[in-house]
Design a protein around this ligand. Structure first.
Ligand code: SAH
Length: 502
C-alpha cells in the first residue's frame, strides 16, 4: 500500500512542527535553504545568514517546506523591506536584504555555478555591476486579475477592485468583483496591490483607471479555477527614453465591453499612447496568447538604447531594466571586439536589440528569433534606424542557424552572440556553434547554472572562457544576468603571441 496515512507526514518532520534552522543559501525561487539533521528545509521569508524558528508547512521524505515565524539571529545585511506587500507578493524575494548584501549574494551564486557546475577553477568572475538607484527600474508590469476571494462568496471587507453593475450579467456583484495585484509566492492567489516599488512612478494611475473601468463596464474578471470570465491580466510597458506607455488587457475572448470608456480614462494618464488586447483562451499559466488586437492609438512603444531606436510590441520580449540593459549591451559590444569586418550571428535576438546595437560596428549581422512579432519589430527597427546590414529570421535558433549556414557555407561566423531563455542553449545549437568555429562567442545569460553548463560544453569543444561579467538587471529578485566572453583556443594563442611580441 502506498500513500500517507491521514494526519501523518512522511519523513523526519511533521506538519506545524517548529524547528530552529540557519539559512545557508537561497533557491532559484527565493526560499532560504537550510539543513536540519541532514534534511533540507526551504524556508520562506528567510535569507542566507538568518537563524530562524521555522514552522513546517509541508513535509516530504527528503525535504520540507517551511515558513520563518521568528528571526532568532538576523543575517548581517537584513533590513526591513520598504515595500508594503513584501512577504505576501512573490516578486522581490530579496527585499529582506540590503542592496549591498543582495549583490554579494548574486556574486557568490554566479561564482558557485561557474566553479561547481562549470568546473572552471580559474575563470575570472568580475565584480557584479549593480545599480546606483535600485528601485523604480522596471519598464514593464503585468498584474493578474481574478475574482475577489478566489471566486467564492466574499466576506465583508474583501479588497475589491471594482463592483460590476447588476446589468452586467447573471451572476451576483460579489462573484464578479475583481482583484488586481500580484501572485503570492508559489501560488496563484492574487494579493491585491495598487502599486509596485520596482515599476515607474505613475503606473498606479493605470491600475486605478482599469479598476474604474471594471466598475463602469461590468467586465468580468477571469477565474482560473473555472476558466470562466474575461479579463486575465493587465499589462503595461513604458519606453523610458520617450515616456510612451502602451496598456494591454489579456482576455479570454476577442472583445471587451465598452472599450471606449477605458480608453477615455487611460488618456488622462500621462504618457499613455495606446490600448490593445491580447487573446488568451487557453487554460494555462502562460500569460500571453498569440493574437494581438490593437484597439486605440499605438500598438507598440518607442524606446531608445544608446543611439538605436526600437518599436516594441506587447507580444515581444524586451529587457525590463533600461539602465542595466545599456550596461549589458555595452559589455556584449566590448566583448564582441568588432572592427567593422566581422560577420556576427545574434541568436535568440528578440526584437533585434543586440543585433542592431552591434550592426553599426560589424560588416553583417544575422539575427534569429522564434517569436514572429519580435522579428517583425526587429525588421521595422532596422528600417527606422537606417540599418541595412542586418538580416533577421524567424525560427528556432537550433534549426535556422544550422540550416542557413549549411545552405550557404560562405556566410561564415566571426562572432556569435547568444542570449537564450533560462533553460540555456539547445545542444544542437551548441554543436553548430562549435562546428562554425567563430573566433569569439559572447554568451549573454539570465541563468548562471545553465550558463555554466553550456560554457563547459563550449570549453570542451575548443574555447577558452576569458571572463564572466555579472550585471544586476533585477534588484530585489534572486535573478542575475551575465555576459561571458569565450575565445577559440587558436585565436587565444595568436592573441597571446601578439601580446608577447608587443
Ligand atoms: N537578445 C534579446 C532577447 C533575449 S530573451 C534581448 O536582449 O532583448 C530570449 C529570446 O529568445 C526571447 O525573445 C525568446 O522569444 C527567444 N527564444 C526562445 N527560444 C528560442 C529558440 N529556440 N530559438 C530562437 N529564439 C528563441
Amino acid at each position: 500500500m502506498s500513500g500517507n496515512p491521514a494526519g501523518k507526514d512522511v519523513g523526519v518532520f511533521t506538519k506545524n512542527q517548529i524547528v530552529p534552522v540557519t539559512i545557508e543559501d537561497i533557491s532559484d525561487t527565493g526560499e532560504g535553504i537550510g539543513h536540519v539533521d541532514g534534511f533540507t528545509l526551504f524556508v520562506s521569508k528567510a535569507v542566507p545568514g538568518d537563524t530562524v524558528r521555522a514552522r513546517i508547512i509541508k513535509a516530504k521524505k527528503t525535504y520540507a517546506i517551511a515558513k520563518a515565524e521568528e528571526i532568532l539571529e538576523p543575517a548581517p545585511g537584513r533590513v526591513m523591506p520598504e515595500c508594503p506587500v513584501a512577504g505576501s507578493c512573490g516578486g522581490c524575494q530579496l527585499s529582506y536584504l540590503s542592496y549591498k548584501s543582495q549583490l554579494e549574494l548574486k556574486q557568490k551564486k554566479v561564482e558557485d555555478c561557474i566553479r561547481r557546475i562549470g568546473g572552471f577553477a580559474d575563470v575570472p568572475v568580475l565584480p557584479i555591476i549593480g545599480m546606483e538607484e535600485p528601485r523604480a527600474y522596471r519598464n514593464k508590469g503585468q498584474f493578474p486579475v481574478g475574482p475577489a476571494n478566489g471566486g467564492k462568496p466574499s466576506p465583508e471587507g474583501a479588497v475589491a477592485a471594482g463592483k460590476a453593475s447588476s446589468k452586467a450579467g447573471g451572476s451576483s456583484p460579489k462573484e464578479r468583483d475583481a482583484v488586481i495585484g500580484f501572485y503570492a509566492g508559489h501560488s496563484h492567489r492574487i494579493v491585491p496591490t495598487s502599486c509596485c516599488g520596482m515599476l515607474w512612478p505613475g503606473h498606479e494611475e493605470i491600475l486605478a483607471a482599469v479598476r474604474e473601468y471594471f466598475t463602469m463596464s461590468g467586465a468580468a474578471p477571469y477565474d482560473e479555477e473555472t476558466g470562466q470570465g474575461l479579463v486575465r491580466h493587465v499589462l503595461m510597458r513604458k519606453g523610458f527614453s520617450t515616456g510612451e506607455i502602451v496598456v494591454c488587457l489579456v482576455i479570454n475572448g476577442t472583445k471587451i465591453p465598452k472599450p471606449e470608456l477605458l480608453w477615455e480614462r487611460l488618456q488622462t494618464v500621462d504618457g499613455v499612447v495606446g490600448l490593445c488586447l491580447n487573446v488568451n483562451r487557453e487554460k494555462t499559466n502562460v500569460i500571453l496568447g498569440d493574437r494581438l488586437i490593437p484597439l486605440f492609438g499605438k500598438a507598440s512603444v518607442t524606446d531608445r538604447i544608446g543611439e538605436v531606436r526600437f518599436e516594441i510590441s506587447p507580444m515581444s520580449f524586451y529587457q525590463v531594466n533600461p539602465v542595466q540593459t545599456k550596461v549589458l549591451y555595452d559589455t556584449a559590444l566590448a566583448y564582441a571586439g568588432l572592427t567593422g569586418e566581422e560577420t556576427v550571428w545574434d541568436l535568440y535576438c528578440g526584437i533585434g536589440t543586440i543585433s542592431l546595437f552591434l550592426a553599426r560596428s560589424a560588416k553583417k549581422v544575422y539575427g534569429v528569433e522564434i517569436v514572429p512579432e519580435a522579428i517583425e519589430n526587429a525588421k521595422e527597427n532596422a528600417r527606422i534606424n537606417g540599418i541595412e546590414n542586418a538580416e533577421l529570421y524567424v525560427g528556432a535558433a537550433e534549426e535556422v542557424f544550422p540550416r542557413l549556414t549549411k545552405e550557404n557555407p560562405a556566410i561564415g561566423a566571426d562572432v556569435i552572440v547568444v542570449d537564450p531563455p533560462r533553460k540555456g542553449c539547445d545542444g544542437k545549437l551548441l554543436s553548430t556553434m562549435l562546428a562554425m568555429a567563430p573566433a569569439r562567442i559572447v554568451y549573454v545569460s539570465c541563468d548562471p547554472a545553465t550558463l555554466a553548463r553550456d560554457l563547459r560544453i563550449l570549453a570542451d569543444g575548443g574555447y577558452r572562457v576569458e571572463r564572466v561579467q555579472p550585471v544586476d538587471q533585477f534588484p530585489g529578485s534572486v535573478h542575475v544576468e551575465n555576459v561571458a566572453l569565450l575565445l577559440r583556443e587558436e585565436e587565444k594563442q595568436c592573441q597571446d603571441t601578439r601580446i608577447d611580441h608587443a
